[in-house]
Design a binder for this molecule. Structure first.
Ligand code: AMP
Ligand code: ZN
Length: 622
């Protein structure tokens, strides 16, 4: 059935007058496409002309005709709105086609009727065209002496406004204002612009500002950017209205906690409480939305909700004190910190970010609360299945991908075959690298790579190291959080020790509840594992992100300014890029507390021994 939207139902000037007609197939159907189509033989509508390449899309008409002249009614009348045979979205022709279609849609909306399907298809296409606009930053002149990292897509990102905050961002009369206002870019509020357009705006517009004084005859260019931004806002608004009914609802308490999501010492325990035991569901949804993954990979909101709920259940299966849904949410949030606060997200493609976030979410899925060593020593079925190698990690990945085979949970159903393969490989690499037995090798490899003259850091290796560090990051968080995590982990270890005793197996390290030096073990864990890991990770991030930072210093960077420290290495422009490292102070504080605790514990033990055995024998020469 083709539904029609009449003009009064779709009045952008009236906030209360929401779009009443649902898209065909129900809420969220705007995302729907055939499940995982095979890769197309040639670029076509909705695809890019080349995979992962950099493209400057310029309107082909920008030189030939005045940009301020919109298409005539006659031109619009002749427009065929079919979307099957449109040019690839990252080609100049696509820009013209998309603009013409937006004009047409605008006219039809004002006039009266337009089919929902036509509206959706054409908006989808226009949105994809806008998303495909990248700026080729690799052509920026670099200092000759500056080491060049491997060619990389510079894609300065802004995270999306969380869906739970959108209602306060949208203003009822904005569409009218946008239609009427003067051609001033300064009037376009950054928060009102969809991220894809903001990226474009940030690089293109600010670069224009940075160049020498603009000549008066360049004004049309300036105007065309403003037009495009408005078109972007317009597309995003309509798209959101068509899909927003299906977005998950966030309880007020959850919203309150999620407002601090960008902080290093985010309180995931508070989220657990506020979400009534479902931190993954809300945090996972919020993160994938903020990074634009729901939109980019056409994830249906209900499918995402299903997937996250199943993952959450899997984490609760064995009622583990430590390896549970809270730990997964904690690691995912820490990965988010690394992505957004260091600027790592600007070095990664959408697919790599998607894979990294999902890897963090599933990395301990269905953890049994026992270690790999326990699985091997007790000869568990899982150890048998995976031949004693990375037993748990193999299970986490396999079980998560098995879940994705059910259509109702399959958040990857709209990925192309190539995208799916790349995503899967990345997730497998990352989760396998959380196996602690790989720790020293992983650190050693990265450390020696970074000593080379011009290291080329593999993306998969980089995100794997980041995930591994986030996985063991709680000793680098605020004391109250770290202490709680440690106690939970020890509870879990001691439960394993109880099982080992029952089975007549030797105790694994830290698993004997009567003979474990807690404070000392934590000092050792910080000194030998966590601190060196964070150091190598920071060195790696500073190395790979340095060139990105220096090439955009004059433009609007999406890396928050207060997240960057720059150390002046000379009087000139020679500055070394440094990321903010909130973990350094936390590690120091926590170690100090553990040391005090260790001293006290030693005194208590000595006292206890004295009570039991009497005073220690005096030395003969005393
Ligand atoms: P995962 O099991 O994937 O969470 O990997 C992290 C591993 O780091 C845990 O299994 C522990 O072996 C180790 N770990 C994390 N926190 C501590 C801690 N406070 N003390 C000792 N080992 C820890
Ligand atoms: Zn973990």
């Amino acid at each position: 059935m083709r539904r029609q939207i009449s003009a009064p139902d779709y009045n952008l000037e009236d906030k209360n007058n929401e779009l009443v007609a649902s898209p065909p197939g129900g809420a969220g159907a705007a995302h729907e496409e055939a499940p995982r189509p095979p890769p197309p033989p040639a670029p076509r509508n909705g695809t890019s002309s080349k995979q992962g390449g950099l493209t400057i899309v310029r309107r082909s008409s920008s030189r030939g005709k005045t940009e301020s002249s919109p298409p005539t009614d006659e031109q619009l009348d002749q427009l065929d709105l079919e979307t099957e045979h449109l040019p690839a979205v990252d080609t100049p022709d696509a820009c013209d086609k998309a603009a013409l279609r937006l004009r047409y849609l605008l006219r039809q909306l004002n006039r009266g009727e337009i089919a929902v399907e036509t509206l959706q298809n054409n908006l989808q296409y226009a949105a994809k065209v806008l998303e495909a606009v990248y700026i080729d930053e690799t052509k920026i002149t670099r200092h000759a002496e500056q080491p060049r990292v491997q060619p990389t897509t510079l894609h300065m990102r802004r995270l999306r406004t969380p869906c739970w905050a959108r209602c306060s961002v949208e203003k009822p009369n904005e569409a009218k204002r946008l239609a009427d206002e003067d051609d001033e870019l300064s009037e376009v509020q950054p928060d009102a612009v969809p991220p894809e357009v903001r990226e474009w705006l940030a690089s293109t517009f600010t670069r224009q500002l940075a160049t020498a004084k603009r000549k008066s005859d360049e004004k049309p260019k300036f105007r065309s950017v403003a037009h495009a931004i408005r078109a972007g806002i317009f597309v995003d608004r309509i798209y959101r209205r068509v899909t927003s009914t299906a977005l998950m609802q966030f309880p007020q308490d959850v919203v309150r906690v999620l407002k601090t999501l960008d902080e290093w010492s985010f309180d995931v325990f508070a989220l657990h409480e506020a979400s009534l035991g479902s931190p993954i569901k809300y945090l996972g949804y919020d993160l994938l939305n903020r990074y634009g993954m729901i939109h980019k990979f056409k994830v249906q909101p209900t499918t995402l909700e299903n997937f996250l709920s199943r993952i959450e259940e899997g984490y609760c299966k064995f009622h583990n004190p430590y390896h549970n849904n809270l730990h997964a949410a904690d690691v995912a949030q820490t990965v988010h910190y690394m992505l957004c606060q260091t600027g790592l997200m600007n070095w990664l493609s959408d697919l790599e970010i998607f894979a990294t976030l999902v890897a963090a979410i599933v990395h301990d899925f269905e953890h049994t609360g026992t270690t790999n060593n326990f699985h091997v020593m007790s000869g568990s079925d899982t150890a048998l299945l995976y031949n004693d190698r990375a037993v748990l990690e193999n299970h986490h990945i396999s079980a998560a991908f098995r879940l994705l085979r059910d259509e109702e949970n399959n958040i990857l159903q709209n990925l192309s075959r190539d995208e799916f393969r790349e995503f899967r490989t990345l997730v497998i690499d990352m989760v396998l690298a959380t196996d602690m037995s790989f720790h020293f090798q992983q650190l050693k490899n990265m450390r020696s790579l970074l000593t080379l003259a011009e290291p080329s850091v593999d993306k998969s290796k980089a995100v794997s190291l980041v995930l591994h560090c986030c996985d063991i990051s709680h000793p680098a968080k605020r004391w109250d959080l770290h202490h709680r995590w440690t106690m939970s982990l020890l509870d879990e270890f001691f439960l394993q020790g109880d099982k080992e005793r029952e089975l007549g197996l030797p105790f694994s390290p830290l698993c004997d509840r009567n003979n474990t030096l807690v404070a000392e073990s934590q000092i050792g864990f910080i000194d030998f594992i966590v601190e060196p890991s964070m150091t190598v990770c920071a060195d790696m991030l500073e190395y790979i992100l340095g060139p990105l930072h220096s090439s955009t210093k004059t433009s609007t960077s999406t890396v928050k300014q207060d997240s960057i420290n720059e150390e002046s290495a000379g009087a000139e422009t020679n500055t070394k890029f440094k990321i903010k490292k909130p973990w350094v102070a936390c590690l120091m504080d926590n170690k100090k507390i553990w040391k005090e605790q260790a001293t006290k514990d030693a005194e208590d033990r000595a006292k206890l021994e004295e009570e039991e055995n009497g005073p220690p024998p005096t030395q003969p020469d005393e």
